[in-house]
Design a protein around this ligand. Structure first.
Ligand code: SER
Length: 864
């Protein structure tokens, strides 16, 4: 049987033989395309080529791309498990032409590979074309021996492909495989017609050939692209199903080992009919393994939230298979057995991926238990059959229940969830968050005032702190806030955690203070304040603030040293998860599962300072990405890089791909000090640190505080700890002494009370006012009296806090005759209050202090 691995290789080899260059898959987490949640198609990494923003390095490319379709325009999450061919994660085999060949070759080669190399029966293959694309229709007829009746026209829904709401798109031609009549799952549905795109499982789409020729903008309008492109995609899992002669993608060698592992863990064998949970878990664990290995992380927003939902969905299906303890993480090893040979990142990140999944499963188990209680409470109070949107939102927001989990649980009880209400709550929360965030730039739509035709900006800031240049376009807001572009700029834009340069741009006519800079494609947009004058087209001097640049550079190089030192001290699993490099301090977030010990912090700090003392030159080299990888340069997790990269190295210590600004030699950092180590999210630690003069000032302040403590204690610094120990000992001795004094005083008080006792025939009576300031004191006195005196009834009165407090105690031997609780109630009534308690001891109180003397007299009467 041909394996999945062989199929992947044969596809790539076939297109290499047709002049294509193999391109590795890009990460499933796209870091540079905010319009995209996950990489959802092979063409994503070529988007800028299609848009004419980037020159291709070769005219033809082929690969197998890791894709995730969960959330966003292409979302298959809800379908997964129900059938044999929907996935959140899958591999897309693809070939591309960048303004080179077009429809004819794309069609001819697809046919050749399917029918000659893979020998699929021609009478089972069908082709579809867009209803306007007669050219493609005729090319199928002329260039292949497909049955002419099997070429059909279809509308936009099936034959116009778009990657998202905006972006490159075009008509497409799909190839479908007829699995045979008995695969139809809609034969009982009225009006069902078994045909291509007829919505049943008989015809399965194998390959999509897209002829990209438009860009859709954010208003929905199509614009023709300067060139025409081919973008094809064939699902590897589906091709495996067909070539391995199986009835489901899940029954191929890409999935079977994972299903087997699930059966072994749960002791519930997999069956096609009863296998939804097995399939969901097998699909989701592939998705999670790849997403985490490429830098994704479960969280409460954006793609992190989608990953959390996927994990929780898998965990819940685990519960349906009686798997109550964390188990998903164990399956990662099997995913790696199946895929690791082609996707080495899985092997590199194996330990990390497993730990993240396990920690998240543990958290979910806890959440599930508390959330289920809350869910049951909501259901038990439910009027009607619909769970309110606000309740679903509380489950989501406070108990971490994904909406689909609430929906599943509701369905199980025959209930509905008010989805619109949930969305409304979600919007409200987002609006609150927006209001809370402070927006730096109010320029939503740039209405540029054009001063020049020059497009784009040349960045010269690595070498030039100040240049003569031109303002090419600008826009002002009502408060003289300005956004503008320059022909050349020395200002580094915000990127990779490093904040932008600040500085000035001016000429004889105007002066601008620059506070922020952002990069947009090839342009640098500078933001700031027009302090004086009117912007003109004359040459300007653009200068960065050199002091700020220097401080930022110290923190940036120190961040690289810190990253490497953490990996040395804690281990290779340490991955950068976020960083802020500002002139004032640096902040570094990284994956690690527990707080650092004092010792580890000290070691890390020392390692960084050793590099600083060694004063090693910092090099930057521009090189090809492959060469950079070979030198062992650390690439940021999941980051997508161009062909040419900038490598920043500190000889024999650290080497990272980085576009930021750095010191010339490590000695320029001066001194490095970690000031805080905290948790930033589950599984992520945060370090804050200072360098140079800021670090020195921090130490000075520490020293000042220490001196002040010594002064306050009037002790030389060297003797400070001795002195503190002595003070602590004195304090504890005093506390002991105080305690024993109190006890003695209490004993004396009890003795004095006993001496006041009036002796009756066979018992003693103590009825008196005592000095006390709290209820507890009165009670303790009463208790002590009860312990010490036998055959005694005691009633103690005290006044404090504007009320009368009464304690009644009766010795054990008298409880047959007197009941302390009842007495207390009776006596309290005389001071306008209430009370009660046990037969041998009771408390009571009343507000009427003026009636106290009378109450004492009445009590004496009562008990005589
Ligand atoms: N972009 C197309 C798809 O995803 C073909 O690669 O189907």
């Amino acid at each position: 049987m041909i394996t999945g691995k062989e199929i992947r290789q044969q596809f790539v080899d076939f297109f290499i033989s047709k002049g294509h260059t193999f391109v590795p898959s890009s990460p499933v987490i796209p870091t540079d395309d905010p319009t995209l949640l996950f990489t959802n198609a092979g063409m994503n990494q070529f988007k800028n080529i299609f848009l004419g923003l980037k020159e291709p390095s070769f005219p033809r490319a082929a690969n197998s791309q890791k894709c995730i379709r969960a959330g966003g325009k292409h979302n298959d999450l809800e379908e997964v498990g129900k059938d044999g061919y929907h996935h959140t994660f899958f591999e897309m085999l693809g070939n591309w032409s960048f303004g080179d060949y077009y429809k004819q070759e794309a069609i001819t080669w697809a046919w050749e590979l399917l029918t000659e190399i893979w020998k699929l029966p021609k009478d089972k293959l069908h082709a579809t074309v867009h209803h306007t694309d007669q050219e493609a229709f005729e090319l199928w007829q002329k260039n292949t021996d497909i049955n002419a009746n099997y070429i059909t026209y279809h509308g936009d829904k099936d034959n116009f492909w778009e990657m998202g709401e905006t972006g490159p798109c075009g008509p497409c031609s799909e190839i479908h495989f007829d699995r045979g009549e008995n695969y139809c799952d809609k034969s009982q549905t009225q009006g069902h017609e078994c045909k291509v795109n007829g919505d049943c499982a008989r015809y399965i789409e194998l390959w999509n050939l897209v002829f990209i020729q438009y860009n859709r903008d954010d208003r929905g309008t199509l614009h023709p692209l300067p060139n025409r492109y081919v973008d094809t995609g064939a699902g590897l899992e589906r091709i495996c199903q067909i070539l391995q002669n199986q009835t489901s993608n899940y029954h191929t060698d890409l999935f079977l080992p994972i299903l087997d592992h699930i059966s072994a863990l749960s002791s519930i064998p997999y069956s096609k009919e009863d296998g939804i949970s097995h399939r969901v878990i097998a699909d989701h664990i592939r998705c999670l393994s790849f997403a985490l290995a490429d830098g994704g992380f479960p969280s409460n927003e954006g793609r992190g939230y989608v990953l959390r939902r996927i994990l929780r969905r898998a965990a819940r299906h685990g519960r349906l298979l009686n798997l109550h303890e964390p188990f998903l993480y164990k399956l990662v090893d099997t995913v790696i057995e199946v895929m690791g040979h082609h996707y080495h990142e899985l092997i590199e990140k194996q330990h990390y991926v497993k730990s993240v999944i396990k920690a998240e499963e543990e958290r979910f188990n806890q959440t599930l238990d508390t959330g289920l209680d809350k869910f049951n409470a909501i259901v038990s109070e439910l009027k009607g059959d619909t769970i309110q949107g606000s309740d679903a939102f509380t489950l989501y927001d406070t108990y971490g229940f994904p909406l689909d989990l609430t929906t599943i649980l509701a369905e199980e009880r025959g209930l509905l969830v008010d989805l619109a209400g949930f969305e409304a709550e979600m919007e409200l929360q987002k609006a609150r968050a927006r209001e809370a965030g402070n927006f730096k730039h109010n320029f939503t739509q740039m209405e540029w005032i054009e001063l020049s035709d020059i497009q784009g900006t040349t960045f010269v800031g690595y070498t030039e702190p100040s240049v003569q240049t031109l303002v090419t376009r600008y826009t002002l807001d009502d408060n003289n806030g300005i956004a503008f572009q320059l022909e050349k700029t020395p200002f580094l834009a915000e990127a990779g955690g490093q904040v932008a340069d600040t500085g000035t741009v001016s000429n004889a006519g105007f002066h601008i203070e620059v506070t922020d800079v952002r990069k947009q494609n090839d342009s640098y947009i500078h933001y700031g304040k027009l302090v004086s004058g009117v912007v003109d087209a004359n040459p300007v001097t653009a200068s960065i603030n050199p002091e700020q640049r220097k401080r930022t550079a110290r923190n940036h190089t120190a961040t690289h040293l810190l990253h490497k030192s953490l990996r040395t001290v804690l281990g290779e699993h340490v991955q950068q998860k976020g960083s802020l490099v500002s002139p004032d301090y640096l902040r570094f977030d990284f994956a690690h599962f527990e707080a650092l010990s004092k010792e580890q912090i000290r070691q890390t700090e020392q390692l960084v300072n050793e590099q600083i003392l060694a004063n090693i030159a910092v090099r930057t080299d521009i090189m090809n990405i492959e060469d950079a990888r070979k030198t062992g340069a650390m690439a940021l997790f999941g980051e997508k890089y161009g062909e040419e990269v900038r490598v920043v190295s500190v000889e024999h210590f650290s080497r990272e791909l980085c576009g930021g600004t750095h010191v010339a030699a490590t000695g320029d950092i001066g001194f490095f000090k970690i000031t805080a180590e905290t948790s930033s999210a589950a599984g992520i630690r945060r370090i804050e640190a200072l360098t140079g003069d800021a670090a020195m000032r921090w130490v000075d302040e520490l020293q000042d505080n220490f001196s002040r403590v010594a002064e306050k204690l009037n002790t030389p610094q060297k003797k400070l700890f001795e002195r503190i120990d002595l003070l602590l000992k004195q304090q504890s001795d005093m506390a002991k002494e105080l305690e024993s004094l109190k006890q003695n005083a209490a004993l004396d008080a009890v003795k004095a009370l006993e001496e006041q006792a009036e002796v009756r025939d066979d018992y003693k009576l103590i009825i008196t006012k005592v000095n006390a300031t709290t209820t507890d004191e009165v009670r303790q006195l009463g208790d002590a009296l009860k312990e010490s005196a036998s055959s005694t009834v005691a009633v103690l009165f005290a006044t404090f806090d504007d009320k009368v407090t009464i304690n009644v105690t009766v010795s054990k031997d008298l409880t047959g005759r007197f009941h302390a609780g009842k007495l207390a109630g009776q006596i309290a009534a005389w001071v306008g209050g209430k009370g009660g308690g046990k037969p041998d001891s009771a408390m009571a109180g009343g507000k009427d202090i003026l009636a106290l003397d009378n109450a004492i007299a009445e009590t004496k009467k009562l008990l005589s």
